[in-house]
Design a protein around this ligand. Structure first.
Ligand SMILES: *Cc1c(COP(=O)(O)O)cnc(C)c1O
Length: 396
């Protein structure tokens, strides 16, 4: 079966009533027949039938043994870090999601877990960072905001040699596009807030493990620390899964059209999209992903905050907001928005500068999206002319 069919087939019809849509079990507790004897559920933090369907759907989609749903992507990432103990060491990409960077450098650090950040393209640097205390390698691909592609199989080769767990944040690719567990990873994490939810209306996170024992450990952490996803929000994610493949396919088609058009714009210095043959990791992206995804970044020739601000506040269809993966297009300015908490001295690691703009290309018609960007970039040209006139008049 193909991806879209497999996902729809993995969502069960309700056994009790035959309901085609998974029922929302909006309950905190479940009746026991006798003390200690129940129908498999006793309390919703520990387990809920709606959440369980979601957890099985994502586990199947990622080819893992166990799925676990959390109240946010950060709660999911935190649960994975709780597999570690004081004294353990983590290696992470030097351009990972800011929230993960913050978690590793503050709460995990306080709990006695140290992290070394390295450029994950440099396998020699990864090997060099490994110590006898290293327990986890944390990677994200494609990366944010430059959409660099990390070779998952190459990392898995290193982690297997050293018996280190490999965790992949698969948020940007989504489960229909990239299957890290099939490439040798041990754990996959999603901010399901993005493509899986898909409609910018639910904050949520998912973990999938390959190994059953690690899966049991994650479910223990989920119940013990309690950051579970509610039944209703679990249902929203199941609904998201039903159209995930279709959406990601269309997001990618629209993003490619936008990226190609941006490449021809005189105002644009560089376009970052793994589906463009000019992208530094185009071949790897083609081999590792089914779709190139809906995020496109570009750098203006006038590489400054003022010019970027002008563009991001001039679009009408692209709404100025953080986040990505929703059906409505968003535009963001990494330097002042998504990456504002990154110290300026580290901006180069992330490839960000004043004139960098990130798009989450939605499901509007690509022609309209291009018109919208065209009008916004024209503002820049108009502004240049006005400035020139202004200078001339001052000079006169
Ligand atoms: C958004 C995001 C997260 C955090 O997820 P939340 O649902 O916002 O907690 C983690 N990783 C990546 C790559 C993200 O884009």
């Amino acid at each position: 079966m193909k991806e879209q069919t497999k996902i729809l087939q993995s969502i069960p019809v309700d056994q009790l009533t035959g309901a085609v849509s998974v029922p929302i079990y909006q309950t905190t507790t479940f009746v026991h027949d006798l003390p200690g004897h129940h129908k498999g559920f006793d309390y919703t933090r520990s387990g809920n039938p709606t959440r369980q369907v979601l957890e099985e759907v994502v586990a199947k989609a990622e080819h893992g043994s166990t799925g676990a749903a959390f109240a946010s992507g950060m709660a999911a990432i935190d649960a994975v870090l709780r597999l570690l103990s004081a004294g353990d060491h983590v290696i992470a990409g030097n351009d990972i999601y800011g929230g993960t960077y913050r978690l590793l450098t503050t709460l995990a650090h306080r709990a006695g877990i140290s992290t070394t950040f390295v450029d994950l393209h440099d396998t020699a640097a990864v090997r060099k960072a490994i110590t006898h205390k290293t327990k986890l390698l944390w990677a994200e691909t494609p990366t944010n905001p430059l959409l660099r592609i990390i070779n998952i199989s190459a990392l898995a080769k290193v982690t297997k040699e050293h018996r280190i767990l490999l965790a992949i944040d698969n948020t940007f690719a989504s489960p229909v596009s990239q299957k890290p567990l099939l490439l040798g990873a041990d754990i996959v994490v999603h901010s399901a807030t993005k493509y899986i939810g898909g409609h910018s209306d639910v904050i949520s996170g998912l973990v999938v493990t390959k190994d059953e024992q690690i899966g049991k450990d994650i479910l223990f952490i989920q119940n013990a620390s309690g950051g579970v996803l509610s039944p209703f929000e679990s249902w929203l994610l199941i609904r998201g899964f039903e159209t995930l493949d279709l959406r990601v396919r269309q997001h990618s088609e629209n993003a490619l059209a936008v990226a190609r058009w941006l490449s021809s714009c005189p105002e644009v210095a560089e376009v970052y999209y793994p589906g463009l043959p000019s992208h530094e990791h185009y071949e790897l992206a083609k081999a590792q992903q089914r779709y190139f995804g809906g995020v496109v970044s570009f750098r203006l020739k006038r590489d400054d905050i003022d010019s970027a601000s002008k563009v991001v506040s001039s679009t009408k269809i692209f709404k100025l907001a953080e986040s990505l993966g929703g059906i409505k297009s968003l535009i963001a300015h990494p330097t002042t928005m998504t990456h504002a908490s990154i110290p300026v001295s580290r901006h180069a690691d992330f490839g960000i500068s004043g004139g960098l703009i990130r798009l989450s290309v939605g499901l509007e018609d690509a022609d309209d999206l291009i018109d919208d960007l065209s009008r916004a970039l024209n503002e820049l040209t108009l502004q240049t002319h006005n400035n020139t006139k202004h200078e001339v008049s001052i000079g006169a």
